[in-house]
Write a protein that binds this ligand. Structure first.
Ligand code: NAD
Ligand code: 89V
Length: 345
């Protein structure tokens, strides 16, 4: 079967993980890379063996025959680049957050819907090895129907060193990190009907909020709490581990520090390690996220080959994005908010 021909756009900090992961997937050929900074594009071309380097995405899409693009720029450019790809009839993977506003996100999803092309949002947290283990335990019925969850990510790690733009965003932790936790929440607990949220700005260097605490009611009747912080002076600092607890009618599970998964199932207690694997190019403490990038990209290739949407399609990711928007609305209005719904147009 012919390889899937890929053009990657945006050769910055996080794209290195995408590029390492694509190199591990034999069904994908890296035809070209593109960055508005020609030195970055050329460096990526050399290191990852791309056919050609571009500094203009429109030129790459015009001159190359591509099956899909991987858009790994920051969110402000996603709509413009995604619409370009959709107009060219090319499928796309787009990094999270899909765009800065609901309007931009729905425009992207609509563009791919109209073009009849597939869109996957690169939402990798749900593909982390420990989260996959939690998903499997729930799917196997080990704890029965869940009625409560708590998902927590609290750290004082200096994320601004590698991603300085984060400190300047007027909406920060919910849109950058909370979005991942809200995606996990949907996967574990199902869709949400109402949201209440409070935000805080603890670090005065930040423009946006760096702490958020939210409460959710699900369609199933379950209730959940999601809390995230980049202002937690804690020891040990577990960045970038997501900790969680889910309680069900037959038992409970807890994902503890250092990837220990403890399950209580019908009175029986078991505990095991669900530590992510170290890949030849990954390094602690990032290895869990790096492996999840590979898992997400393998999932995309499998979906493309099978002719179906990825789990984190545009339609799916808009449900996660709607929770982020609902959290901000609730924090601003101090009221309970219902998440928006997207209908393809
Ligand atoms: P970055 O600023 O390091 O890299 C972005 C790159 O895109 C830069 O090299 C820039 O020159 C290039 N670029 C900008 N506009 C362009 C255009 N029009 N055409 C071509 N290239 C262009 O940013 P980053 O930290 O790598 O973040 C990129 C994305 O990855 C963001 O959406 C961020 O939220 C996401 N991210 C995701 C995770 C995760 O775990 N999923 C982790 C970190 C970052
Ligand atoms: O996933 C992200 O977008 C990253 C990080 C995990 C560091 O918050 O910004």
């Amino acid at each position: 079967m012919a390889k899937l021909r890929l053009g990657l756009i945006g050769c910055g900090f996080f794209a290195r993980n995408h590029l390492h992961a694509w190199r591990m997937i034999p069904e994908v050929e890296l035809v070209a890379v593109c960055d508005i900074d020609p030195d970055k594009a050329e460096a990526a071309r050399i290191e990852f063996g791309a056919g050609k380097a571009y500094s203009d995405a429109a030129a790459m899409l015009r001159d190359e025959r591509l099956d899909f693009v991987d858009i790994a720029t920051t969110m402000g450019t996603h709509r413009m680049l995604a619409e370009l790809a959709a107009r060219r009839g090319v499928h796309a993977v787009v990094q999270k957050p899909l765009a800065p506003s609901w309007e931009d996100c729905t425009a992207i999803a609509d563009a791919f819907h109209r073009a009849g092309r597939r869109l996957m949002v690169h939402e990798n947290f749900r593909f982390q090895t420990p989260i996959l283990a939690v998903r499997a335990a729930i799917a196997e019925g080990r704890i029965g129907k869940p009625h409560f969850a708590q998902i927590s990510f609290r750290s004082g790690f200096d994320v601004y060193a590698a991603q300085p733009y984060l400190a300047k965003e007027d909406r920060f932790i919910l849109l950058d990190l909370g979005i991942h936790l809200l995606d996990i929440l949907r996967v574990l607990m199902g869709e949400v009907v109402s949201v209440q949220c409070q935000t805080q700005r603890v670090n005065p260097r930040m423009v946006g909020e760096d702490v958020a605490t939210a409460l959710f009611r699900h369609e199933s009747g379950a209730v959940s709490v999601v809390d995230c912080s980049y202002a937690s002076k804690v020891e040990p600092d577990l960045f970038p581990q997501t900790l969680l607890k889910v309680e069900g009618e037959k038992g409970s599970l807890e994902l503890h520090a250092d990837y220990r998964l403890r399950i209580v199932s019908e009175g029986k207690v078991s505990e095991c390690s669900v530590e992510p694997n170290l890949l030849p190019w990954s390094a602690k403490p990032w290895h869990g996220l790096q492996e999840s990038v590979l898992n997400a990209q393998l999932h995309w290739v499998e979906a493309m080959r099978a002719g179906r949407d990825a789990e984190t399609s545009g339609a799916d990711n808009l449900k996660t994005y709607a929770l982020v928007m609902a959290c901000y609305d609730s924090a601003r209005s101090n009221a309970m908010v219902k998440p928006k719904v997207w209908l393809p147009g």
